[in-house]
Write a protein that binds this ligand. Structure first.
Ligand SMILES: Cc1cc2nc3c(=O)[nH]c(=O)nc-3n(C[C@H](O)[C@H](O)[C@H](O)COP(=O)(O)O)c2cc1C
Length: 413
């Protein structure tokens, strides 16, 4: 299927973040997506994310130097125009023939010879307002395709109509309008086959090594970053499976598939099973895996295998190095697999950090380093290193955007 040119217009709704998912899926399916965002839309989603996902500069300003004719060219070049999310403000303005900014002028340059879809998103009262309903009817009568809205809990706390239609259903409508997907009456909730997403496997949380049946040796990893990264990559349209420690933070996105582990051996086994399926293209290995395992427990110098080691005695725990999981990951599949590893250091110099990171290549294609001395409440910078470049990242959102670009093979922002 040849890639199509899609002009994606975004306006200033709280649902703007859902457009990222759509852009990502369309790009993954081989289409070219040109984003035209209203200044209000850019209050909700940043330029870097939209450009990173679409791979092209976002246009927003009618008066931008050297791009004066965008308002004609972009609509002429497009095979399809999608407005998602469409605000009440935008819908009412185009219905009135207003053309005082880039997006409304693009609409005035539309010749009605190609599909033009609008996915409204707004509060129920705004949606049911007579002005909005009249505008929707007017532009529908002109030949625009107005997508349904979903009902549910809105960002304002009310429940009712006006919620942006499920992004996967919008994508289904887009593909049908492009003629790349047969029309369906029963709309699948799952993603269209031609938009089959990239599968990413993430590990998070810390392993536990048992001393006896009730005591464990573990580390302080909470799994919070892994859960949040899973949410963000899932929102961006990737198909995410998270292998998390049993008590680690749980991702909020219902789309993230989760499996849990306790020990080093459990995690190794889970990773092997998942990777052997051969369907993952990327593994982001964030879990804090124990470097040591309990070899023997001695009480007063005598080895004990008690299911609960008695108290009040001199206990010696003998540890042995645990097998390194990272070098095994790529050996478990014959499919191309990209691996990201994490290296946490404590009060290391830049040189020490660099050396620690270097050791993880070539088992990893990218190493993300973070140092305890730089982490505090609300602050967690990272350094991403590939064979080509080092990129400092201010926090988790930047890390997610970087990973999204890495997965889509566009890691230099
Ligand atoms: C937090 C917040 C959320 C908003 N969400 C919506 C929305 O979902 N739908 C809508 O029509 N307007 C929404 N608005 C109002 C629009 O952003 C506002 O009307 C703006 O002028 C739209 O400009 P645009 O249509 O040029 O993007 C929201 C405003 C704020 C501050």
């Amino acid at each position: 299927m040849a890639g199509k040119k899609i002009l994606m217009m975004m306006t200033g709704s709280i649902a703007a973040y859902k457009a990222c998912h759509m852009i990502s899926r369309l790009v993954q399916a081989g289409h070219q997506v040109q984003v035209a965002a209203s200044p209000s839309a850019l209050q909700f989603v940043g330029n870097a994310t939209l450009e990173g996902l679409s791979g092209r500069p976002v246009v927003s300003d009618l008066w931008e130097r050297e791009r004066a004719m965008d308002h004609i060219h972009l609509i002429r070049e497009a095979d399809l125009i999608l407005v998602a999310p469409g605000t009440a403000h935008f819908i009412n303005r185009i219905a009135g023939g207003i053309g005082d900014d880039l997006l409304t002028t693009l609409f005035l340059a539309h010749d009605f010879k190609k599909p033009f879809l609008i996915a409204p998103a707004m509060n129920t009262t705004m949606y049911l307002h007579p002005v909005t309903q009249a505008s929707l009817k007017k532009i529908k009568d002109m030949g625009l395709r107005i997508l349904e809205t979903a009902s549910g809990v809105l960002a304002c706390g009310e429940t009712g109509f006006g919620k942006l239609l499920d992004p996967d259903l919008i994508l289904q409508e887009v593909l049908e309008a492009l003629g790349t997907e047969p029309a369906t009456t029963a709309r699948p909730v799952t993603t269209a086959s031609s938009l089959s997403p990239i599968k990413v496997l993430i590990t998070s949380g810390g392993t536990k090594e048992p001393l006896d049946d009730v005591r464990v040796l573990t580390n302080s990893s909470t799994g919070r970053s892994g859960a949040e990264l899973s949410n963000q990559l899932s929102d961006l349209g990737f198909d995410v499976t998270l292998l998390r420690a049993k008590e680690a933070v749980i991702p909020t996105s219902a789309d993230v598939v989760q499996k849990t582990y306790v020990t080093h051996s459990d995690l190794k086994e889970l990773l092997q099973t998942e990777i052997q399926k051969g369907s993952y293209s990327h593994v982001i290995h964030m879990a804090a895996v124990s470097d040591y395992q309990v070899d023997k427990v001695l009480l007063d110098g005598q080895e004990t295998k008690a299911s609960k080691v008695p108290s009040g005695r001199q206990m010696t725990i003998q540890m042995k190095p645990a097998e390194k999981i990272l070098p095994l990951l790529k050996t478990w599949t014959t499919q191309p697999l990209k691996v990201a590893a994490f290296k946490l250091t404590s009060h290391a110099s830049s040189e020490e950090r660099r050396q620690a990171m270097s050791k993880l290549f070539p088992a990893a294609d990218v190493v993300i380093s973070n140092d305890l001395s730089e982490i505090s409440e609300g602050k967690h910078p990272y350094l991403a290193k590939t064979s080509a470049a080092e990129t400092p990242l201010a926090g988790l959102s930047e890390l997610s955007a970087w990973f999204s670009n890495w997965i889509l093979n566009k890691e230099t922002l």
